[in-house]
Design a protein around this ligand. Sequence first.
Ligand SMILES: NC(=O)c1ccc[n+]([C@@H]2O[C@H](COP(=O)([O-])OP(=O)(O)OC[C@H]3O[C@@H](n4cnc5c(N)ncnc54)[C@H](OP(=O)(O)O)[C@@H]3O)[C@@H](O)[C@H]2O)c1
Length: 236
Amino acid sequence: MSSERVVLVTGGNRGIGRAIAERFVRDGYRVAVTARSGEGPDGTLTVRADVTDSASLDAAFTEVEQQLGPVEVLVANAGITKDTLLLRMSEDDFDSVVATNLGGSFRVVKRASKGMLRARFGRIILISSVVGLYGSAGQANYAASKSALVGFARSITRELGGRGITANVVAPGFIETDMTAELPEETQAQYKANIPAGRFATADEVAGVVTWLAGDDAGYISGAVIPVDGGLGMGH
Ligand SMILES: NC(=O)c1ccc[n+]([C@@H]2O[C@H](COP(=O)([O-])OP(=O)(O)OC[C@H]3O[C@@H](n4cnc5c(N)ncnc54)[C@H](OP(=O)(O)O)[C@@H]3O)[C@@H](O)[C@H]2O)c1
């Protein structure tokens, strides 16, 4: 569906964020991406920002507002993993993952909500993960940061739902990106054996769900968790 709304995707220089940005460009949106390094795909405005740093985000939003207009669709995608077993997990391993995945989402949503409230329109889409609700050995920090996005989106829905703003969570399973390419082949095969679809997804399969949530057909969906996981997390 074609739209000229302004979209901002965090972490749009690679992986899932890049695929999401490409898809929005294809659908006619005016698209900006944040990147710490590199550039977003063709047709996007790239702005520098680190989601752990509010000042850099504020500057990035101001640039997007000046060049494209207020952000109407926000995709909080930037995220990291620092996997290790609980007993080996340092406070920094925990804090840095939470500060990026959860704190980063809070910072961008808070900044974007100002313009959305003024416009009485907004679509907030938070990229979580199947492991947020399923759990994952060696990912206590990551899973905690990703499940917290559900409570966050539902609270935003209760706070801002009456102002034309929706907030939803997309929970991808295993997607073919740098993050999963790092896994040993044996681990990848083990994961695939547990996924009813029998394969990992492409980043574009996540992007299609995100653009659908941003579109007019999804205007009455808010506080939802939409899995894109080939059935891996069913019932969680
Ligand atoms: N891949 C999967 O199977 C999978 C599954 C479920 C959920 N997810 C989630 O989907 C999202 C994207 O994952 P991906 O696989 O595409 O990851 P990726 O290829 O590792 O890319 C991560 C993106 O986040 C950005 N980023 C990380 N820390 C940042 C920070 N402090 N400030 C600004 N940007 C930052 C990175 O920017 P730089 O290039 O500058 O580092 C990069 O653009 C993440 O939230 C991830 O948790 C992924």
